[in-house]
Design a protein around this ligand. Structure first.
Ligand code: FMN
Length: 345
């Protein structure tokens, strides 16, 4: 049976994927001020919603005044129906109309507890969790998952369960949990899922350039919604380029815009954290991706990674913007191994 996927007839729809430690509320706010093309955003995952009026939901990350409620979706990492219900009710009270369940996180400490992608090999647990949610949520409910944890076959048992539930959206990162972020997405398995899925389907995984998108569009009939991740962190112009929104702009002008964006984000994080030095860690995480859009990524990293205080950060980033050239569309699959090497430094 071919299920006509409802996303097929729509215009291209682009989402900003959540990144714990990077796409926090300040990133989302400043990003949306400077760049175009994103239709929907997700918070990095929340967890530990143990009671009503949870203190985990009383910070800036989810504050209605700091978020665009109509396009921001709070995400939860959980395998507990009661916690999901509490989260939905508290998000609804704050003014959000959709929540997302993280069934994709691959980290062993999470997966071991049957959460994130660690839940994917347990269809019975998923079924009983979804059954308990039936009729008890205060918001729309979407899922972000992978094709499986150990094997991409795991998705075959999950899709019928998802089809029995009124999901507002199903986002699939076309890898398995064991892969972490390495290797190639499994395009064939994703393609096979398209005709089986009732919910509007969103593709996620390695959309780094116009060239990638064209390749995936040719493979996946009926898909018009795409979640962007590392490609956007490396080049914030990616969504507007994919939608062909920007009239061609010189690379140097783009560099100026990226500089304003990075400076404003840095200042806002300092202000809101009362100059806590953890700001440097957050900015470095973002630079670990952004560097790939410069002509000399290794030089960028050498300058930025070693900074220990605010004046050092400012002089390192001034040097990057003054001396190096912006090329854009920086992320490729081979950068993942570079990132892993650098994290082990
Ligand atoms: C450091 C890091 C943190 C992430 N945090 C989250 C998260 O909180 N929730 C989530 O659903 N995905 C998270 N992801 C996954 C991304 O949102 C995205 O699904 C993944 O990078 C694949 O997309 P890409 O190939 O376009 O980068 C994270 C990924 C990385 C590398």
């Amino acid at each position: 049976m071919q299920i006509q996927n409802p996303s097929a007839s729509e215009e291209m729809h682009l989402q900003l994927g959540p990144f714990q430690g990077i796409t926090d509320v300040y990133f989302r706010q400043v990003y949306m001020k400077y760049f175009e093309g994103i239709d929907k955003l997700f918070t990095p995952f929340f967890s530990g919603i143990h009671k009503e009026n949870s203190k985990n939901l009383r910070n800036d990350e989810i504050k209605p005044a700091l978020n665009n409620l109509s396009i921001t979706v709070p995400q939860l990492l959980s395998n507990d129906a009661e916690e999901i219900i509490r989260f939905s009710s508290q998000c609804s009270a704050l003014g959000y109309n959709e929540i997302n369940l993280n069934m994709g996180c691959p980290y062993p400490l999470v997966a071991k507890k049957k959460r994130g992608s660690g839940l994917l090999p347990y269809p019975n647990m998923v079924q009983s969790m979804l059954e308990k949610l039936e009729g008890r949520l205060s918001t729309k409910f979407s899922i972000k998952c992978r094709l499986g944890y150990h094997s991409p076959d795991e998705i075959d048992e999950l899709i019928p369960l998802f089809n029995n539930f009124d999901l507002s959206e199903l986002i699939i990162h076309a890898r398995i949990g064991k892969q972490l972020y390495k290797g190639v997405p499994d395009f064939d398995r994703f393609k096979a899922v398209i005709s089986q899925t009732k919910a509007p389907l969103v593709y996620n995984g390695d959309v780094f350039s116009l060239h990638n998108l064209a390749e995936y569009q040719a493979k996946f009939e009926f898909i018009s919604s795409w979640m962007l991740g590392r490609g956007l962190l490396a080049d914030p112009f990616l969504p507007s380029d994919l939608k062909k929104i920007e009239i061609v702009e010189k690379n140097e002008t783009r560099k100026d815009k990226v500089r304003l964006f990075m400076n404003e984000l840095y200042q806002l994080r300092r202000e809101t954290s009362k100059d806590n030095l953890s700001v440097l860690g957050r900015m470095k995480e973002l630079w670990s991706y952004l560097r790939f859009s410069f002509d000399e990524p290794q030089t960028v990293w050498r300058l930025v990674r070693k900074v220990k205080n605010f004046p050092e950060y400012e002089s390192a980033t001034d040097e990057v913007f003054n001396e190096l050239h912006w090329l854009g569309t920086g992320y490729t699959r081979k950068n993942e191994s570079q990132l892993i090497e650098d994290q082990q430094d």
